[in-house]
Design a protein around this ligand. Structure first.
Ligand code: UDP
Length: 366
């Protein structure tokens, strides 16, 4: 019987990352049985199930159904559910992706049971230790056995932190692998009514620091209102942001087209046709860079500095957004391609996995 490898999906941004590995495993000669495990963190059709078909993923074989409850409750209950699963199933390896609470919980559960863990998208650091995602990614990297870094600088940082050279591999950006494979299908999708290619920008916001406080969100909306006078903005609203806008009684500025959370292909179609992206999302910074769409990141720092160095992305602020958008519309110099951001990222992860499992089998036999 082939050893099982469990791929843990907790939230929306995990899915395009895991899809690159899933498809590369399917293309390789079978040496393991991949099992998709859904923790439940994002669980409705708009944020999870609807994305599976767009990404060519099957329905999860295991659905743990852990939802809601704040950071502590969600992390704790996901940890317990994962531990129960893996006590019974004992996979050869668990793959966790990104930096959400379910990523941390699954990594802890597996490692405490002596099951090796691979961290897909290891080594990212924004330097802001108050950001929940930064805490998760540092903790997951600290206990993972395989660390798949999205670029050479990130792999070098992991080595400088003291991680074992055999554990760290610069595999490239899995979001980009998926994007390149799905782009033809996305380009066949129609844009939302009223939008023409190149005639609008895409806005996404969902980070706690930007949307959970009324003052911060109101300041962002003021900046967005000014920017939208220069260029119409399409805004697929994250459920958390929609909730906060309602709770704080904040209105949509003129020139902004609010949209529901989009499916993966519809979002990719929108971004690919946009003149600019303004975002606090990690994945959107990467996707914009891969598509050659200038990106303004509405955060004081980014854990993806490679996008800044390539010239594809700049940090912006609520107060500076309109001026930065003017700069984009005046024309940015072309960005440089980022090494390893290609469609072979899944294959590189599989190669490392194969080496790791072969060594584990030899060690067990010795
Ligand atoms: N995304 C989507 N529909 C949307 C907005 C985003 O499918 O309406 C996808 C997109 O591919 C993006 C990914 O979700 O890169 C990442 O999600 P998000 O911004 O929520 O999380 P982050 O990358 O910041 O962790």
């Amino acid at each position: 019987m082939l050893p099982e490898i469990h791929l843990v999906a907790a939230a929306r941004p995990n899915l395009p990352k895991l899809a690159a590995l899933w498809h590369a495993l399917a293309e390789d000669a079978p040496f393991c049985r991949p099992v998709l495990v859904h923790t439940g963190q994002h669980h409705d059709a708009a944020m999870f199930a609807g994305h599976l078909e767009d990404l060519g993923l099957p329905a999860p074989e295991v659905a743990l159904g852990v939802t809601g409850g704040g950071h502590a409750g969600l992390t704790g209950r996901t940890l317990m559910a994962c531990a129960g699963l893996w006590q019974a199933r004992r996979p050869a390896l668990v793959v966790v992706a990104g930096d959400v609470d379910g990523t941390l919980a699954a990594a802890l559960a597996a490692r405490k049971l002596g099951i090796p863990v691979a961290h897909l998208e290891a080594g990212l650091r924004c330097g802001d230790r108050d950001m929940p995602e930064e805490i998760n990614r540092r903790a997951v990297d600290a206990i993972s056995d395989l660390l798949w870094a999205p670029d050479h600088d990130t792999a070098a940082r992991l080595l400088a932190e003291g991680h074992h050279a055999g554990a760290v591999r610069a595999v490239g950006n899995s979001m980009v692998d998926t994007l390149l494979r799905r782009l033809p299908a996305a380009r066949a999708r129609p844009l939302p009514a009223g939008l023409a290619p190149g005639g609008f920008g895409v806005l996404t916001l969902h980070r706690a620091a930007n949307v959970d406080g009324r003052a911060a969100l109101a300041a962002l909306l003021a900046g967005v209102a000014e920017a939208a006078r220069l260029l119409p903005l399409a805004w697929p609203l994250h459920p958390r942001t929609r909730l906060r806008l309602d709770e704080f009684g904040l209105a949509m500025p003129p020139g902004v087209l609010p949209l529901p959370p989009l499916g993966y292909l519809d979002f990719l179609a929108l971004l690919a046709a946009a003149r600019v992206a303004a975002t606090d999302s990690g994945g959107v910074q990467e996707e914009a860079a891969a598509l050659g769409v200038p990106c303004l990141t509405l955060r004081p720092s980014t854990e993806r500095p490679v996008t800044l160095h390539s010239g594809a992305n700049r940090l912006s602020t609520a107060a500076g957004l309109a001026a930065d958008l003017r700069g984009v519309l005046a024309g940015w110099p072309p960005a440089r391609p980022i090494p390893l951001w290609d469609n072979a990222v899944g294959a590189r992860m599989v190669a490392h996995l194969r080496d790791f499992l072969a060594t584990a089998v030899l060690e067990a036999a010795a």
